[in-house]
Design a binder for this molecule. Structure first.
Ligand SMILES: *[C@@H]1O[C@H](CO)[C@@H](O)[C@H](O)[C@H]1NC(C)=O
Ligand SMILES: *[C@@H]1O[C@H](CO)[C@@H](O)[C@H](O)[C@H]1NC(C)=O
Ligand SMILES: *[C@@H]1O[C@H](CO)[C@@H](O)[C@H](O)[C@H]1NC(C)=O
Ligand SMILES: *[C@@H]1O[C@H](CO)[C@@H](O)[C@H](O)[C@H]1NC(C)=O
Ligand SMILES: *[C@@H]1O[C@H](CO)[C@@H](O)[C@H](O)[C@H]1NC(C)=O
Length: 206
């Protein structure tokens, strides 16, 4: 009897000591599975995304670190359409979100601003509409931000000038308006194409 109590107590203690290692694995798999259910996938590139597995680390196009937390999602050129989901913001260790050259539409979720480990956000050559989320300015480690060839509208958020790590920024071929900021991290860029009146082509690089 006393033995059982000790065992139960030890299990409870283990859970208390490692609450996140239990929760995060399933949470990240659930987040990615929610994405899968929102996408049309004619080539079945997401077929291995089985939500009943203990974590998403064996899924194709997903890479984890040694703690079984997702650090890469590589789905460029995958013929995907549909929309992104806010749950992507739960992948707290995500460094690379590569979704270029698909046909994904709808808004860029502002929750992507929660991905503070993100190094590369490549959403170019899709059908995204709506504004560039101001929250992306929180991505202090971001080096590559390529949103070109979509149908984004509105102005370039001033918050992006706060991203000191930014090396490549391409916002060209959208329907953006307003001025291109020239302070903060933007002061280090040389515009490649940057017409004053017509802001349809504002590709900037260091
Ligand atoms: C992202 O952060 C915002 C602000 O802290 C929060 O309201 C939102 O729920 C977060 N999104 C996710 C998917 O965790
Ligand atoms: C993208 O989707 C639109 C309509 O949903 C379709 O007309 C177009 O051909 C698609 N483009 C590609 C590259 O699949
Ligand atoms: C991006 O859009 C521009 C303007 O519509 C077009 O000329 C260019 O070919 C597109 N880029 C790619 C790789 O399709
Ligand atoms: C830049 O970051 C600082 C410090 O976090 C913050 O106070 C400021 O509002 C940010 N600027 C913009 C334009 O978001
Ligand atoms: C750049 O200038 C805008 C106002 O024009 C300001 O809101 C923003 O914080 C500035 N960025 C930095 C990094 O100082």
């Amino acid at each position: 009897m006393e033995g059982e109590v000790v065992v139960v107590f030890t299990l409870l203690l283990l859970c208390l000591l490692h609450p996140f290692s239990f929760i995060s694995a399933n949470m990240e798999g659930d987040a990615l599975h929610t994405l899968r259910t929102n996408l049309e996938d004619p080539n079945n590139v997401l077929q291995s995304w089985d939500p009943t597995l203990v974590n998403p680390c064996t899924w194709f196009h997903v890479t984890c670190n040694s703690d079984n937390s997702v650090i890469r999602v590589d789905l460029g050129n995958a013929a995907l359409s549909g929309q992104l989901v806010p749950q992507l913001g739960l992948l707290k260790n995500l460094q690379y979100l590569e979704l270029y050259s698909n046909n994904i539409s709808g808004p860029i979720p502002s929750d992507l601003g929660n991905l503070t480990s993100l190094v590369s956000l490549d959403l170019y050559l899709n059908s995204f509409t709506g504004p560039i989320p101001e929250t992306l300015g929180k991505l202090s480690k971001l080096r590559f931000l390529r949103l070109n060839n979509n149908s984004l509208t509105g102005t370039i958020p001033m918050s992006l000038t706060n991203i000191t790590a930014l090396q490549v920024l391409d916002l060209s071929n959208n329907h953006l308006s307003g001025v291109v900021p020239d302070n903060g991290s933007f002061s280090l860029f040389t515009p490649i194409r940057c017409p004053v009146d017509e802001l349809n082509s504002n590709r900037l690089s260091p």
